[in-house]
Design a protein around this ligand. Structure first.
Ligand SMILES: [Zn+2]
Length: 464
């Protein structure tokens, strides 16, 4: 099967240019002006942009918490991903305490296999560190896992500093990428107790229990451990100006630090937690950790995207219905399941707020949402690149199309969107996954074409 895309505007992190693109056997076969090939299918895409398939390095699909399960599983979540232009996700396979990494890997494979609409890989989240877990990290490498996640908050997940340090040394041996959820877990627990003791049970108090300092202190401590271990590391969902200052300080001393942020920290702010007079609990829709921040934090993060201080934008998609799930915390904000949906809308949100406003270039968008992620996590140049030999994961983008985000029309299997009513500019027209047209004219054409992607070693080189 071959496809010839004529006259598209190809967007890569380094440059953009108008060219024809030939897809053959799932790969990009040729790229150039006036290509003359007899393809099975030929499409004129003049006036449209062609991005590399977007990659979301931070999703939680089909994830159980102590009392509930995410609203999206691998079927709905990855179909939503494709409709938005995301062709590969890296989800978190999480080890349960008392269980092995291999068990976690196979549990997550079962969740995704034959169900995933887009390609997928796994970060391995370690929660139980012992000699067996250490020995298993080699097996993980053979299974194509080249990144790990650790938590400094959440009692069922978090690890002590000495354990984190020990794991860092092992990760370094494997040339893998570490990402850490940076919040001071002890302090979070204490601040929650203080709020509840005062009878403060509404969603409004969620951000007050996790102020900027709680994140920044953990970022600083994490970077201290990483410096001691001499390991380049990633910070997931960085949300504040204060944390960015800690990163800057570490980098000025020569440390290699990757930074991820998410659309919610760029587009939403902590005023939303107040809800409305008619619906004071409504702020529960926005409960995630770290919480939404101030407008000045937002501004600092945008500046970070523009200056190159922030390397990647992924979603932390972790969806819970408002009715029946977020409502579990109606008498106690600390019982509201943490997380927001976003897997479907990241590209259009970032295009609208970033590219259409002129804050960032389309090339920078390609870097933040695809190429940088692929490089950092051992997927490049199979993914994240538009060049001969790469997987033909391509997004054909109509830059002038306008739309409105609505829960009623989303594919995400959740009863709300935090972006309800957002006007978007630019929209997915068609999506190719390894050469297969999986979205046509904005409509999903196939629902389980996704495959597991075995990854190579991580890259410790930050984009220039
Ligand atoms: Zn997360």
């Amino acid at each position: 099967m071959s496809v010839l895309l004529k006259n598209g505007r190809i967007i890569t992190a380094a440059q953009s240019f108008t060219a024809d693109l030939l897809i053959e056997d799932g790969k990009i076969a040729a790229l150039g002006q006036g290509l003359h090939f007899k393809a099975d299918e030929c499409m004129d895409v003049s006036g449209k942009l062609i991005f590399p398939g977007f990659i979301d390095a931070h999703t939680h699909l089909d994830m159980e918490t102590a009392v509930t399960r995410t609203a999206d599983d691998f079927a709905s979540g990855t179909q939503a991903a494709l409709l938005g232009g995301t062709t590969t996700i890296i989800d978190f396979a999480t080890q349960d305490r008392g269980h092995t990494l291999k068990e976690a890997f196979s549990v997550w494979q079962k969740k995704a296999e034959h169900k995933s609409a887009c390609d997928y890989a796994f970060h391995m989240a370690i929660t139980d560190w012992n000699p067996q877990t250490r020995a298993e990290m080699k097996d993980m490498q053979e299974l194509g896992v080249s990144s790990y996640k650790l938590y400094m908050a959440y009692d069922n997940l978090r690890l002590r500093d000495d354990v984190i340090f020990d794991i860092m040394l092992e990760i370094k041996r494997q040339h893998a990428m570490l990402g850490v959820h940076c919040e001071n877990g002890d302090l979070v627990n204490g601040l929650i107790r203080r709020q509840l003791r005062q009878g403060h049970t509404a969603p409004l108090y969620h951000p007050l229990s996790r102020p900027a300092e709680v994140e920044a202190e953990a970022v600083d401590r994490y970077l201290t451990l990483a410096s001691l271990a001499d390991l380049p590391v990633n910070i997931v969902h960085l949300s504040t100006a204060l944390s960015l200052e800690k990163v800057r300080a570490a980098r000025s001393k020569g440390q290699i630090v990757f930074v991820e942020t998410c659309p919610q920290y760029l587009l939403l702010d902590d005023r939303l937690y107040a809800g409305t007079q008619a619906d004071p609990f409504g702020g529960a829709r926005y409960v995630c950790s770290p919480p939404l921040r101030s407008l000045s934090d937002q501004q600092a993060l945008w500046q970070g995207l523009i200056d190159g201080e922030i390397d990647t934008v992924s979603t932390d998609h972790c969806s819970f219905n408002y009715h029946g799930q977020k409502e579990l915390g109606s008498n106690d904000f600390s019982q509201i399941p943490n997380g927001l949906p976003g897997i479907e809308h990241r590209p259009s949100l970032m295009y609208t707020a970033g590219v259409a406003t002129g804050r960032i270039s389309p090339e920078r968008l390609a870097a933040l949402l695809a190429e940088n992620i692929a490089k950092q996590f051992g997927l490049y140049p199979q993914k994240g690149a538009i060049q001969p030999g790469s997987d033909a994961d391509l997004v054909i983008w109509q830059p002038e199309d306008e739309g409105i985000i609505r829960a009623a029309t989303q594919r995400q299997q959740v009863d709300y969107t935090p972006y309800e009513g957002f006007k978007t500019k630019g929209r997915v027209s068609d999506v190719y996954l390894r050469g297969q047209a999986v979205v046509r004219q904005g409509k999903l054409k196939t629902s389980n074409a996704g495959r597991y992607v075995s990854r190579g070693p991580a890259s410790y080189r930050r984009p220039l």
